[in-house]
Design a protein around this ligand. Structure first.
Ligand code: ARG
Length: 245
């Protein structure tokens, strides 16, 4: 989002501080995207993104409060002020940046193809043509798969686990999704049934998505905290904890 309009001028002028004064940050997240955000057996929202925001807020002096939200429409909800931020393995894209704002990038996670273990026909994105391919609706996996696959062969699911389940059941032939999440779901839920195809075929960077009305206050604080977490190796430690390469 361009830094104009919206009556943010005063905030923009006083912005730049990095202490958020202990305020709460209401965070919307589709909490069905392990290992970044998921609900554990104690009904707690956990994962890399939760640990990261705790670490960010320790530095920036804020209190993160994650709430589960539907992925479909999550950026419209953020733009409408329903949340202060969306932290949900969100890839920074130009299209989204028109609607909402982003912190500096915090992780590189490209798209990867998942197939059933007995499939040896699909070895690269070009091979997806002519096959029925599942994605999570409105993700970068949706966008990337749509570059290779005919529209009538794309199946769009509300959550990524529904796409993986459809693949395991034989309803579809492949899934395109973020590599760390695909690896986590395949290894923990579908070992011996599903496998990853090769290496990620895109380069994508995750960012904290920010309500434009709050950018002047939040972005400098988030960016400074992320910079510190990256440089200190703390973010790499959190990634290692959650099995993210
Ligand atoms: N990184 C991809 C995107 O931004 C997928 C993110 C999906 N995240 C989620 N929590 N469901 O489009």
């Amino acid at each position: 989002l361009a830094a104009c309009g919206g009556g943010n001028e005063e905030a923009a002028q006083t912005g730049g501080g990095t202490d958020l004064g202990g305020r709460e940050i209401l965070i919307g997240s589709d909490t069905a995207y392990p290992p970044f955000e998921f609900v554990d057996e104690n009904n707690q929202i956990v994962g890399f993104d939760v640990d990261m925001m705790n670490a960010v807020c320790e530095i920036a002096n804020c209190k993160p409060k994650f709430v589960s939200a539907q992925w479909d429409g999550i950026f419209a909800a953020l733009a409408a002020g329903e949340f202060d931020a969306v932290v949900s393995a969100v890839t920074i894209t130009e299209e989204r940046d028109k609607l909402i704002d982003f912190s500096r990038p915090y992780l590189n996670a490209g798209q990867i193809i998942t197939v059933r273990v007995d499939n040896n026909d699909i070895t690269k994105p070009e091979d997806l043509k002519g096959h029925v391919v599942g994605v999570q609706l409105g993700t970068t996996g949706d966008i990337e798969a749509s570059k290779y696959v005919e529209e009538e062969n794309i199946r769009r699911y509300e959550t990524i686990d529904l796409a993986m389940l459809a693949l395991a059941n034989g309803d579809i032939e492949a899934v395109v999704a973020d590599a760390p999440t695909s690896a986590d779901i395949v290894n923990k839920q579908f070992a011996g049934q599903l496998k990853l195809v090769g290496e990620p075929f895109t380069e994508e960077y995750y960012g904290i998505a920010i309500n434009p009305e709050e950018t002047a206050e939040l972005k400098p604080a988030f960016d400074a905290a992320l910079k510190q977490l990256i440089e200190s190796g703390k973010l790499a430690e959190i990634a290692e904890k959650w099995g993210i390469p």
